[in-house]
Design a protein around this ligand. Structure first.
Ligand code: FE
Ligand code: FE
Ligand code: MG
Length: 167
């Protein structure tokens, strides 16, 4: 643990660690939701949806990695057991019980919107007190904003395709 690096944090480190661990649990669950969804997906534009979900899964795992390193830097411990991911999570897990691409996209759009709010809050909390966490939250937020846009664009294309098919 870097003592000076931790000393300069001008906010309650314990409360910050709780928030970082909540985001950390969210990222693992988001990773799994994307990873599994990419394998289950059925329906029109399946290949494009699978490719996007697979790419997002990799991004969420990278976010978990970034958060774990910051939690450790701050003297905390990343959630130790997967059994605690759901308990600690803020955004939860949307079971991909329906493999239809439209349903999967809607579930993942909801997840991204929750993540956007999570990182926006973390940015507001740390912008004047903890530049390192702030920078991390800005980097992750940019990815989540991109993820939401990617999924909504796919959903839009899917709706156009289905309308053409009906018409
Ligand atoms: Fe993420
Ligand atoms: Fe994301
Ligand atoms: Mg993408």
């Amino acid at each position: 643990m870097g003592t000076k690096g931790r000393e300069i944090v001008g906010t309650d480190v314990k409360a910050l660690l709780t928030e970082l661990n909540r985001a950390y649990a969210d990222e693992w669950l988001a990773y799994y939701q994307y990873w599994l969804g990419a394998k289950l997906a059925k329906g029109p534009m399946k290949d494009a949806v699978m490719a996007e979900l697979t790419q997002h899964a990799a991004d969420e795992l990278r976010h978990a990695d970034m958060l774990a390193l910051r939690i450790i830097q701050l003297g905390g411990t990343p959630v130790l057991s997967p059994a605690d991911w759901l308990k600690e999570s803020g955004c939860g897990y949307d079971v991909p019980a329906d493999p239809n691409v439209a349903t999967l996209l809607d579930q993942n759009i909801g997840g991204e919107q929750c993540a956007i709010v999570t990182y926006q809050k973390l940015i507001q909390k740390t912008q004047t007190t903890d530049p390192v966490t702030y920078n991390l939250a800005v980097q992750i937020l940019s990815d989540e904003v991109e993820h939401e846009e990617d999924l909504q664009a796919l959903k839009e294309d899917l709706e156009i395709l289905m309308a053409q098919h009906r018409g």
